[in-house]
Design a protein around this ligand. Structure first.
Ligand SMILES: [Zn+2]
Length: 152
């Protein structure tokens, strides 16, 4: 198992996953792969003009990590533009903001399901059917419900 990586929160779903210079067949192109979290960093810092500190907070990473992500993103995009390379957008370690959270009543396992896929058939951990939709994340970043507050 690879070491566990903290999920980075991403609030976008890009309109296009592949960019290439016009008129050049793909097989003649080199490409740079930009991860979703790198793209999100570009969006927050360069498109929305948000300070790194706030942007890091939105993505649920440290400021230092954010600095690394944005630096890597900018280098790849610049490289592609200057050297006429293709850009491919790929997953990375992200947690899409717009997904549904389910919680198992038997084993308390929580998991995420993207919108557009059906209701899960069973809890992926204990295979039980006793699960329900958990409260939505508000998109506000780090707030987590207090577990002591559960009804019952
Ligand atoms: Zn379960």
């Amino acid at each position: 198992m690879p070491r566990p990586v903290r999920c980075r929160r991403v609030g976008l779903s890009p309109a296009c996953m592949y960019f290439k210079p016009a008129g050049i067949p793909v097989r003649h192109l080199r490409e740079r792969v930009v991860s979703m979290d790198e793209l999100e960093a570009l969006r927050l810092a360069d498109l929305e003009g948000i300070y790194h500190e706030q942007a890091a907070d939105r993505m649920g990473v440290s400021r230092r990590t954010f600095g690394r992500i944005i630096e890597s993103a900018r280098r790849k995009v610049a490289d592609a533009l200057i050297h006429g390379m293709a850009l491919r957008i790929e997953g990375g370690v992200v947690q899409m903001a717009d997904q549904r959270t389910f919680r198992c009543g038997d084993c308390t396992h929580e998991w995420h399901v993207p919108f557009g896929t059906g209701r899960p058939a069973e809890c992926p951990q204990c295979h039980g059917q006793n699960f329900h939709r958990a409260a939505e994340e508000r998109g506000q970043g780090r707030r987590r419900g207090n577990r002591a507050n559960e009804r019952g």
